[in-house]
Design a binder for this molecule. Structure first.
Ligand code: SDX
Length: 459
């Protein structure tokens, strides 16, 4: 029996529902028997008030700006960990021992290359104009074809190969991303190197020139590694919820993360980082000091991209870390980027404007990440791909959390129908002679008659 109950009174009758408490004190009314007991369903546009599951992976307190991976604050990990070590933590629930870290890193490294026959995808498989997120979602699913033992859609078997599949996806997502960039820019594909770290190897595969092997400056590698780490998970965001939904049908890890990439691509979600830079560039090119743009955002004509968040009603803790990192990277690359000045001015203006204050709109993870990516030479159409590489550990961990659930339910929300009830539609149309019953056509004959004939025949 729950220690607290929530009562709902409908038509004079009171129904009680148990209240669940999370380990950080969050409260949830369990309405899993609501329809069975009352005949009613709950309706919650965008699920802003609805928990889809219980999870042990990430905790967020949006009011206080708290983000923890497996209980460890993001600030501690940003300061002391690396992306791959944090990926291990998110996937397996504990920080790795030295030996575990060495084994995991080796496994990731060993899986960096793609099967040679996959390279044909980059030789005419996509137009040069293809967006890298379209290439990424396609090829993440395609990679699974080379490992049939990992994509059986039989829970036990797919879970048996989980460790290999996880390391493989973490590693290959980076190689596919780099090769997509190279193909789009008419550059030869670069193979990963065995003696480079995760982010270093990625930058090497991205920016090596035919006449010059590229090895990034340590600070550049650290900046990108920090971006990946800060994106590694964020509980039930749109793309992770997509991964969980696809996983709930019994689908394998490769299909699930491929669907996650598609959800992340949207401009309201992971696609925002690309839109932020485009917005800052437009403001810069127009000579506006940001005032005009903010007025347009307040009038609902546009959105201040990189601002606002479903959960954070204070500064996104990741944005705070990225703002400082952006300033540091610009010093390292000795770049004076006017877009950073515009971003900081825009933030100051927005944070002193009642429209944004009243709605608790603060910079989110996307507001400053683009400045860093631009400073290290990443083209804007690769920005959301960076988000996807970073988010891969979270997607993998959430897939496993769904797959390991005993008797886990397929995710299938209900709805309220607001269309026109038209039970007698066909008969009415017949009565009005609009659909003549001897209406003949080859199409109708070949398909055994349309809905109207079938219904009329039954009438
Ligand atoms: C990510 O969920 C996650 O965890 C996501 C993420 C992750 O790590 O996975 O954190 C990553 O997706 C960050 C968000 C990136 N998106 C953007 O920066 C796009 C701009 N932001 C907005 O589109 C918006 O803030 C959302 C989508 C992020 C959140 O939208 P909500 O929670 O549905 O809030 P809302 O749209 O209902 O906005 C409430 C009010 C509205 O005004 P009113 O109708 O009350 O008058 O605030 C306004 C909105 O118009 N508003 C904005 C705004 N964001 C909200 N107005 C101007 N500019 C904005 N950016």
């Amino acid at each position: 029996m729950a220690d607290e109950m929530a009562n709902i009174t409908l038509n004079g009758k009171t129904f009680s529902f148990p209240v669940h408490s999370g380990t950080e004190g969050e409260k949830a009314i369990d309405i899993s028997k609501l329809r069975q007991q009352t005949g009613y369903i709950a309706l919650d546009d965008g699920f802003a008030n609805t928990g889809s599951c219980e999870s042990k992976i990430t905790y967020i307190d949006g009011e206080k700006g708290i983000l923890c991976y497996r209980g460890i604050p993001i600030e501690v990990l940003a300061e002391n960990s690396t992306f791959i070590e944090t990926a291990y933590l998110i996937i397996y629930g504990e920080l790795p021992s030295r030996k575990e870290m060495s084994n995991f890193s080796q496994k990731v490294l060993r899986n960096a290359s793609l099967h040679e026959s996959m390279l044909h995808f980059f030789d005419g498989g996509f137009p040069f104009t293809a967006h890298p997120m379209a290439i990424l979602s396609s090829l993440l699913n395609s990679v699974g074809c080379y490992y049939p033992q990992m994509v059986t859609n039989q829970r036990e078997q797919d879970l048996e190969h989980f460790d290999d599949a996880a390391a493989l996806l973490l590693s290959k997502v980076r190689t596919i991303a780099a090769m997509a960039y190279r193909m789009k820019n008419g550059l030869p594909l670069i193979y990963p190197k065995r003696d480079l770290g995760y982010s270093q190897n990625f930058l090497h595969m991205m920016f090596t020139e035919p006449y010059h092997e590229y090895y990034p400056h340590d600070d550049i590698t650290k900046a990108l590694d920090l971006i990946f780490l800060l994106h590694a998970d964020h509980e039930q965001n749109c793309s992770t919820s997509t991964v969980r939904m696809v996983a709930s049908s019994g689908a394998n890890l490769f299909a699930s993360v491929s669907a996650g990439v598609c959800a992340l691509w949207g401009p309201l979600h992971g696609g925002a980082n690309q839109r932020v830079i485009q917005m800052l560039q437009e403001i810069h090119d127009s000579g506006d000091d940001g005032t005009k743009f903010i007025e347009e955002a307040k009038a609902g004509k546009t959105k201040l991209m990189g601002f606002g968040h479903r959960l954070y009603k204070t500064y996104d803790p990741r944005a705070k870390i990225l703002r400082a990192a952006a300033e540091k990277v610009l010093q390292v690359v000795k770049l004076k980027d006017p877009l950073l000045d515009i971003a900081q001015r825009l933030e100051e203006k927005a944070r002193s404007d009642s429209y944004f204050i009243d709605r608790n709109l603060y910079p989110n993870v996307d507001f400053y990440s683009g400045i860093i990516l631009k400073a290290i030479g990443m083209p804007t159409d690769m920005f959301t791909v960076m988000f996807a590489i970073g988010r891969m550990p979270g997607w993998i961990a959430h897939w496993r959390e769904v797959a390991e659930r005993e008797k886990g339910k397929i995710i299938r929300p209900r709805q309220i129908y607001v269309g026109s009830p038209r039970r007698d539609y066909v008969k009415m149309r017949h009565r009005e002679g609009e659909i003549s019953s001897d209406y003949e056509s080859d199409d109708h004959k070949s398909y055994g008659g349309g809905a109207s004939e079938n219904a009329a025949a039954k009438a």
